[in-house]
Design a protein around this ligand. Structure first.
Ligand code: NAD
Length: 285
């Protein structure tokens, strides 16, 4: 496809999306912006973008596709700014944020003006961040959730998928609240647990320095995601508050249950706890 693509946020996700768009649509012009001059320079050097602009307006008003790949709090602010701009009438806007309900609500002024905003979340990533971590194949075979509002025509969703086909991701359309529930269970809450486990090990390592040396193998596997960007995860928790509070309640009840089994030395039920988890885990695709 021909046209101008404007990528706001040239980190891991924005850079990877830009590379995928370029791969599938070599004739498109890709313009980028970022608050980090270093990420802009690196994106230019790596050929991720063709050019950069220093103001949102300079990139947005000419664009046929605008992709936001910034922390979700920033996405909300930028959507408000875009709503005040004179954008092309058939522009498509999407984001890559890990939460969708608050983002889609923030896009309402744009949608009310007739602008096609389609929330997006490519469900692949890394604990690395920044322009240097961006990869063409980051999203290959991953799910890519899309959350168009009711007023968005199907052909616009298809056009967005066409723009993004270089990701080679599997697109799935869901509602914003369904998105937040699903990702709360499989992504957001596990991040809290991973960071909680690391903090517990850190506390015990003050008593015994051997903890850090022994925290290898399984501990490293289960806590890998705790190395992700703290700012990004702060925003995700603030934006998916209700879902996460519900999951925390369920988790605490589960931990209380296990605690009771251990206190009572209930060998049969402890075995069942692990056996049930193993069955579900072994069945995951
Ligand atoms: P990142 O830190 O690698 O990149 C974010 C970029 O946005 C940085 O270059 C930063 O300088 C820039 N930025 C921040 N505020 C800005 C602003 N106001 N204007 C312009 N640029 C700004 O982070 P990332 O991993 O690429 O995450 C980007 C988005 O993608 C987040 O919303 C995150 O929730 C989502 N996401 C992340 C992952 C992951 O695994 N990292 C996966 C899927 C979706």
């Amino acid at each position: 496809m021909k046209g101008k693509v404007f990528v706001i946020g040239l980190g891991l996700i924005g850079g990877s999306l830009a590379k995928a768009v370029r791969h599938a649509h070599p004739e498109a012009v890709i313009i980028g912006t970022d608050i980090s001059e270093k990420n802009i320079q690196l994106s230019m050097l790596l050929g991720t973008i063709d050019d950069s602009v220093s103001t949102l307006e300079a990139g947005a008003c000419e664009a046929d596709l605008i992709l936001l790949a910034v922390p979700v709090n920033e996405t909300v602010k930028i959507l408000a700014q875009l709503a005040d701009m004179n954008l092309k009438s058939d522009v498509l806007i999407s984001d890559a944020g890990s939460t969708k309900d608050t983002v889609v609500k923030a896009a309402k002024p744009l949608i009310d003006k007739g602008v096609a905003f389609i929330g997006g979340h490519p469900m692949a990533g890394s604990h690395k961040s920044g322009a240097g971590a961006a990869k063409l194949h980051l999203f290959e075979h991953a799910f890519y959730l899309l959350t168009p509002g009711d007023s968005i025509e199907e052909k616009k969703v298809e056009r967005l998928k066409e723009w993004l086909k270089g990701t080679r991701a599997n697109f799935l359309v869901v509602t914003p609240s369904m998105h937040d529930k699903l990702t709360g269970v499989v992504s957001h809450f596990p991040h809290i647990v991973a960071s909680g486990l690391v903090k517990q090990a850190e506390n015990y390592s003050k008593e015994n320095k051997l903890i850090s040396r022994l925290a290898a193998g399984g501990f490293r596997d289960i806590t890998r995601i705790a190395s992700s960007s703290p700012e990004m995860w702060r925003d995700i928790l603030l934006h998916n508050r209700d879902v996460l509070l519900e999951l925390m309640k369920d988790w605490l009840a589960e931990m209380e249950h296990v605690k009771g089994l251990v206190e009572n030395g209930d060998s049969e039920e402890i075995l069942r706890f692990f056996a049930d988890a193993k069955v579900f885990r072994d069945d995951l695709p």
